[in-house]
Design a protein around this ligand. Structure first.
Ligand code: SAH
Length: 236
């Protein structure tokens, strides 16, 4: 008969190699994602490329869809919401021209992946999510991964987060039909905001720059985001 320690050893030796190979496989998929989806399409900001090379995107995705974590598409998360395609995450982050020491506001925490990308680059990230179960999940993941510079809040992000304003940059990952005025007010002079705008399935990704109190607006690309909603479920 095998001793108990012999069985434990056998189990460990079976589990560890298969765990390592899954980890290595994810690492390889991630470096391919960065090279083929980001670098080859023109993303050049080293801070963005570094963050997306480092963050284990599959940890932010429910088990059923995890195998698709590094593909060139948006992926379903809980509650009928989606995590954006990696290229769109990279493009929006690059457009903000982030630097260490900055303070950023995100509307639409979702899985928490975009917030983690921001948190790798800047000093403080404030992120608001309408659906409570998503806040609970992302919050515990941030704790587990040691992101103590991400501050979450359950609520309607249309109004922004006045208490910590003004922000160097604002990123909105759900689409209102018009740009929310409270967000433009909470943007610092010289600050940048990226936001999908439109009330149809396809919206315009818009970059706003605040100069001498005025907003300069540039259309970047057509995108598809879930609508921004109020607490009673109505579209903004
Ligand atoms: N940035 C996310 C993707 C978010 S999907 C990620 O990296 O995974 C868009 C999210 O916006 C959804 O989770 C949705 O619940 C949320 N949302 C919609 N309207 C909102 C509102 N008014 N305030 C805050 N979040 C909102």
């Amino acid at each position: 008969m095998r001793s108990r320690s012999g069985i434990v050893f056998l189990l460990i030796s079976l589990v560890i190699p298969s765990f390592l190979s899954a980890q290595e496989r994810y690492d390889e998929l991630r470096s391919r994602m960065v090279e083929e989806q980001l670098v080859e399409r023109g993303i050049t900001d080293d801070r963005v490329l570094g963050a997306m090379s480092k963050i284990e995107r599959h940890l932010f995705i429910p088990a059923a869809f995890r195998c698709r974590a590094y593909e060139d598409y948006p992926v379903s998360i809980e509650e009928g919401q989606t995590i954006s395609q990696p290229y769109i995450v990279a493009l929006m982050t690059e457009l903000l021209r982030l630097k260490p020491g900055m303070k950023v506001l995100e509307i639409g925490t979702g899985s928490g992946y975009q917030a983690a990308v921001l948190a790798e680059i800047v000093e403080e990230v404030y992120t608001i999510e309408l659906i409570e179960s998503l806040v609970v999940c992302s919050d515990s993941l941030f704790d587990l991964l040691g992101y103590d510079n991400i501050h979450t809040r359950h609520g309607d992000g249309y109004m922004g987060w006045e208490e910590h304003a003004p922000y160097d940059a604002i990123i909105v990952t759900c689409a209102p039909s018009d740009i929310p005025e409270p967000l433009t007010r909470q943007l610092k002079e010289g600050g940048r905001m990226v936001i999908p705008v439109g009330d149809t399935i396809i919206q315009d990704l818009v970059l706003l720059r605040k100069r001498m109190g005025k907003l300069r607006r540039t259309k970047i690309a057509p995108v598809m985001f879930v609508p921004m909603k109020s607490s009673d479920g109505k579209r903004y």
